[in-house]
Write a protein that binds this ligand. Structure first.
Ligand code: ATP
Ligand code: MG
Length: 444
């Protein structure tokens, strides 16, 4: 099997080879190519030491020199080249204490996490080098560690989450010995930094076999350490109409949500607050918990904000037969983009309780159609859409800049949301004047 190595990568290998060094394409790119997927990045392994790599290429940046990685610039593009190595002991369970450079490819492949990631390709001879049955596992769609899983997970517990991530993204099964080693080692995940945990969880969440990945996260004992609020749901019922327990419902909802990070997180965490209350207020509590969880994992402010906003509104009450007024108010309250996302979230929520697929599709399509219909009418949904602005008010009502201007605008919007025909300059100024007069009368 030939690997379609991009010309730039082939060129980098050729330059190394002409200088008398070995050069192989390694890791995920070979795995993905053999699976017929488009590789995300191409990594090169060589026996040239980092300073030799720097000497061979005109432009080189030592991006990870302590682990032997140099980024060279070829025809304006960055290419990562890593010196082959063995890892020294991992006394902190995070990074090897030291590395030992090697000129033996097999040694370099043996430090890699899973057999399907321990494949190399020699662009000169066009041969695949596969000392750990990686291709056999690829064909059978199995994830197994290179060497003893206990040792490999103990060395670097992050690999347990990489395992879950690859299960979710590739949809592979996990080799029995690898799988059975998880519960005894799961607590070691506490050694991994929140950023790295979140990064693997994010990639897991975008996988097409998310449900399976989440199952391993739970049965492998990892979830109770990194998302304890979620895993606690396995003994709780989310309510009378639900066929699954709270955890199963959350997992299924996340699986059925479109593969968009905020939506998947929102679906996964939308009901966590039900551990505290099954009442409607669970949306607010879940949103708060989701915020706490994502903050603990050092999520970005924008992720936290989007996820908690979606969760806070997930019990929204508009439906395809709501009045124009109700739908207008909903769109104005949550914003149009969020409104469409909330429909997707509701559909995922319904799928997570095993609702009839026909019903789920109908609900989504009809409600989105209502939103679109109102949006094409270009009715005012925010202060910016009003036929007057702050300057108009200040001028017409002889007001100075201040909070009163904003208050009047908000009041006008309220009325326009009730009756869009009011959104005309003269009418709004008239309303504003009478509001001002009523304030004066009330002695404000
Ligand atoms: P993708 O690029 O799609 O995330 P990948 O397999 O290329 O998948 P990378 O994180 O880019 O993953 O790592 C490149 C290679 O380095 C992997 O294929 C694997 O061989 C090795 N590797 C990465 N992280 C580890 C780790 N924590 N332990 C052992 N080997 C690892
Ligand atoms: Mg990669």
């Amino acid at each position: 099997m030939q690997i379609a190595v991009p010309p730039l990568i082939a060129r980098a290998c050729e330059i190394l080879s002409d200088a008398g060094f070995q050069a192989y394409v390694v890791g995920g790119a070979i795995r993905d190519s053999l699976l017929g997927l488009e590789p995300t990045d191409w990594d090169i392994a060589t026996d040239a030491r980092p300073e030799q790599v720097e000497a061979v290429f005109e432009r080189a940046i030592p991006t990870g020199k302590e682990f032997g990685t140099i980024t060279v610039i070829l025809e304006g593009n960055p290419v990562e080249i890593t010196t082959m190595r063995r890892d020294g002991p991992y006394s902190d369970g995070r990074r090897p204490d030291y590395i030992i450079l090697t000129d033996r490819l097999k040694e370099d492949l043996s430090r890699r996490d899973f057999t399907v990631n321990a494949l190399a390709y020699d662009p000169q001879t066009k041969r695949i080098i596969d000392p750990f049955q990686g291709r056999w596992h690829l064909r059978r769609r199995i994830l197994a560690t290179v060497g003893d899983p206990e040792d490999r997970f103990r060395e670097d517990p992050l690999r347990m989450l990489r395992l879950v991530r690859f299960q979710s993204t590739l949809g592979f099964k996990i080799d029995k010995k690898t799988r059975l080693s998880l519960p005894g080692l799961a607590r070691l995940i506490a050694k991994v930094s929140p950023e790295r945990i979140l990064s693997e969880l994010n990639r897991t969440l975008l996988g097409r076999e998310l449900f399976q990945g989440l199952q391993t996260l739970f049965t492998g004992g990892l979830m109770e350490h990194i998302l304890p609020e979620l895993s606690a749901g396995h003994t709780v019922s989310p309510g009378p109409s639900h066929p699954y327990d709270l955890l199963g419902h959350a997992m299924a909802a996340a699986h059925y949500a479109p593969p968009v990070l905020e939506l998947r997180w929102a679906a996964l965490l939308h009901d966590v607050g039900k551990l505290e209350t099954l009442k409607r207020d669970h949306a607010r509590i879940s949103a708060q918990w989701a915020e706490d969880i994502l903050r603990r994992l050092h999520g970005s402010n924008s992720l936290i904000h989007k996820v908690s906003t979606l969760i806070a509104h997930h019990m929204f009450s508009v439906h395809p037969h709501s009045s124009d007024r109700e739908i207008r108010r909903f769109l104005a309250a949550v914003g149009t983009q969020t409104a469409f996302e909330l429909v997707k979230l509701r559909q995922a929520d319904m799928a997570g309780m095993n609702a009839d697929p026909r019903m789920i599709i109908d609900f989504g399509q009809s409600l989105e159609a209502r939103f679109k219909e109102l949006l094409t009418q270009k009715q005012a949904l925010g202060i910016r859409d009003l036929a007057v602005d702050g300057h108009d008010l200040m001028h017409a009502l002889d007001l100075n800049p201040g909070p009163l201007v904003g208050e009047i605008l908000r009041r006008l919007l309220e009325q326009v949301l009730e009756d869009p025909s009011l959104n005309q300059r003269e009418q709004l100024l008239e309303l504003a004047r009478s509001y001002q007069a009523s304030l004066l009368q009330n002695g404000k």
